[in-house]
Design a protein around this ligand. Sequence first.
Ligand SMILES: C[S@@+](CC[C@H](N)C(=O)[O-])C[C@H]1O[C@@H](n2cnc3c(N)ncnc32)[C@H](O)[C@@H]1O
Length: 248
Amino acid sequence: MSNQYDQISDLYASAADRSVFKKILECPTLLAILGSIEGMSVLDVACGDGYYARLFRQRGAARVVGVDVSERMITAARRREREEQPALGVEYMVHDAADMPVLGSFDRVAAAYLLNYAGTRGQMLRMCEGMFANLAVGGRLAAILPNPDFDPAGPSPVKYGIAPRPPEDRRDGGAMSVDLLLDAPLTLNFFYWSRSAYEQTLAEAGFRDIRWHPLECSPEPGDDAAFWDDYLANPHAIAMSCSRPQLG
Ligand SMILES: C[S@@+](CC[C@H](N)C(=O)[O-])C[C@H]1O[C@@H](n2cnc3c(N)ncnc32)[C@H](O)[C@@H]1O
């Protein structure tokens, strides 16, 4: 199994570690929509090198399993795991989310930038069904996705080091990419999906209570919150939550 992240695992991991965007927008929003994870089990799908998996353990999750299709990303995650003092005890596995076995009955599933890698609706459905099957009844899925409503003519996120290259016609399944403007630019390739495509596919897999959440800025002392105003006027990413309903 191999994907684009096998080629860029180290570059992506160090970009994520240094990303102020992740630290003050993406992380706080994802954690807020996951709700309390103290003592819970969390499955992190498309975990990359474990950026969120580590955070979930640090925030009190009792068991965290990270899954990614990229062997290099999982190798990097395991390397980080060996370096952590004290050890965090995150378990990492290589699986394609579209073909993921049942690994447990998790209280929470996180999927930061997974569903946008589905090239077809069928593939997205299999990803959603896999996450649904791994979620305990009443459990919640929280995801980060490229914002389907990002306006290419609106305020540009380039000053934040993010340069989306939107699809010409916003077709569902259309190829798109984003350049992360690092010392050496990094291009991530994925697919455009509309809100309704995501919503219908999640609902078809059994999820309910599907909600969209704009990213919220949670600056720490010393962070310049106003710097993010332009970003928040036209965000390139958005969060989403949904639940596996109670039986009956
Ligand atoms: C942008 S990175 C996000 C990593 C991490 N969630 C984060 O936010 O830092 C996207 C990740 O999705 C993984 N990925 C892409 N397609 C996948 C699939 N079909 N199954 C599992 N992981 C996948 C990639 O290997 C990559 O690690």
